[in-house]
Design a protein around this ligand. Structure first.
Ligand code: AMP
Ligand code: ZN
Length: 476
């Protein structure tokens, strides 16, 4: 187990990461709301959570990692309604899609991946505790958290309650006692999913779910909590208020937030309409490329999405995997000490990872090692070679940027490069030729029909004639 420095947003400082129990980490990361396919901004939050998980494990910590699925939410209800599905069924569908994306991003499984819909007893119990402790109140089936009763409110976001109370617009029909109060439980409307509770049929407010899921699997106090920087307020501030009000003890000792992935200078978000879905990107370039792009920048720095960062990632992935394939064929009969330069670069690599999970800095040292080792091919000792393999395995475990099967990554990139070139094929041109071929065949002009098939094949368009006379085409 090695010391790790983490930038803790509670104190706005980097500090040596402390855990409640030596060597054990209770880690919670806010997971996605499953109403649609995820976008690459969501992927950044997911991959950063995976980075923390992997790095902590690689440095010897025993990590219990909880990442939830938010499967009860206004956006889900709205979208399910539009598509004529039940909300729970709709969310379950996208939980499965989300798992497919996570796998393509090379993410390791979390220890627990709870859903809100499966945590109702714990949510209700926590709301009851908050009320019992005098920090929550019910008004005709609706339960609120009474913010002014929680003295520490604002300790994470550094917002002060007075300005918050004045800054919040009070809804005319609000049942709240104070403008900053927020919902813990709301009565369900017709057609919405609902659960029985002491306050009647209803569903939880957004924030309480994470407080309850964290407690269920990790206990009342966590070591580390992560989410995108947009979640710091109000979501995480409210999680702290709820958990500490219910449990009478600190909720979490270290808070870490990833910065945004931006398109141009704007945050990628559905409402701005500048969304690239993970699935679409992966179909075009493969998940390895997306993961590489996301880890090529420190998690607390903004990541500007551009064609250049994608091309740079592709080039680096090739460099890494060509090297790994090559070095596995090397043999050395020379005995000797491990080359000190390799040890130094490995130390620097590890230092960067323990320095607030600096994946970008760490990769820089790995590339230096690749360059150095290539120059030593003819004189490398057995011991050095085995250390190089050890470094490669460590990079694979801690960052997931070296695939277990490097050849498959290279082949996939080549295949995708070919396919991406062919995306330029003009569909109307293909359909026109298929139509002309149909006529040629009907008039028994076999030579022309053949010629058309060949012409299309030259652009990698492959035809398949069906028994019913129709013709399908695809790009090979
Ligand atoms: P949501 O599904 O909106 O609850 O978001 C799931 C996670 O993705 C949260 O941790 C968000 O902070 C994060 N997230 C959403 N958009 C972006 C973005 N453009 N860049 C980075 N993280 C994001
Ligand atoms: Zn959360």
């Amino acid at each position: 187990m090695q010391d790790i420095k983490v930038y803790n947003n509670l104190i706005r400082k980097k500090e040596t990461f402390k855990t409640i129990e030596a060597g054990k980490v209770k880690f919670y990361s806010c997971g996605p709301t499953t109403y649609d396919f995820l976008h690459i901004g969501n992927a950044r939050a997911l991959v950063v959570g995976d980075l923390f998980h992997r790095v902590l494990k690689a440095f010897g910590y025993d990590v219990t990692f909880v990442r939830n699925f938010t499967d009860v939410d206004d956006k889900i209800i709205e979208r399910a309604h539009k598509e004529g599905r039940g909300a729970i069924e709709h969310a379950a569908l996208f939980v499965e899609e989300c798992k497919i994306d996570m796998e393509s991003l090379g993410m390791e499984p979390a220890t627990h991946t709870p859903k809100v819909s499966e945590t109702m007893p714990e949510i209700i119990e926590m709301i009851q505790d908050i009320i019992k402790n005098g920090k929550g109140y019910e008004v005709s089936g609706e339960v609120f958290f009474e913010v002014p009763k929680f003295a520490d409110y604002g300790k994470l976001s550094k917002k002060d309650l007075d300005s918050l109370q004045h800054g919040v617009r009070v809804e005319v029909d609000s049942k709240k006692r104070n403008p900053a109060d927020f919902v813990l439980w709301k009565p369900a409307k017709d057609g919405e999913p609902s659960w029985d509770s002491p306050w009647g049929k209803g569903r939880p407010g957004w924030h309480i779910e994470c407080s309850a899921m964290a407690k269920k699997f990790l206990g009342p106090t966590l070591d580390l909590h992560h989410g995108g920087v947009d979640l710091m307020f109000p979501h995480h501030e409210n999680e702290i208020a709820q958990s500490e009000a219910a449990n009478n003890c600190p909720f979490c000792n270290t808070w870490a937030h990833n910065e945004f992935l931006n398109f141009g200078s704007e945050k990628m978000s559905k409402s701005l309409g500048n969304v690239v879905k993970i699935r679409d990107f992966v179909n075009m370039y493969g998940g390895q490329v997306l993961r590489h792009v996301l880890l090529s920048v420190h998690y607390r720095a903004r990541l500007e999405w551009s064609e250049e960062v994608i091309q740079k990632a592709i080039e680096e992935i090739k460099r890494i995997h060509e090297f790994v394939i090559d070095v596995r064929t090397w043999n050395s009969a020379v005995a000797g000490e491990v080359d000190q330069e390799i040890n130094k670069l490995f130390d620097k690599f590890k230092y960067e990872l323990t320095n607030d999970f600096n994946s970008a800095g760490a990769m820089g040292h790995f590339f230096s090692m690749i360059r150095y080792v290539k120059g030593k091919k003819d004189s490398i000792s057995k011991e050095t070679l085995s250390r190089v393999h050890e470094v490669i395995n460590f990079v694979a475990d801690s960052l997931g940027l070296v695939a277990r099967d490097p050849q498959s990554v290279l082949s996939k990139l080549e295949e995708l490069e070919r396919a991406n070139i062919d995306v330029d094929v003009d569909e109307s041109w293909v359909l026109g030729l298929i139509e002309e071929r149909k006529v040629a065949k009907a008039t028994k002009n076999w030579a022309r029909a053949d010629e058309i098939r060949k012409e299309l094949a030259a652009s990698r368009v492959i035809l398949k004639d069906n028994p019913d006379g129709s013709t399908e085409w695809k790009i090979q």
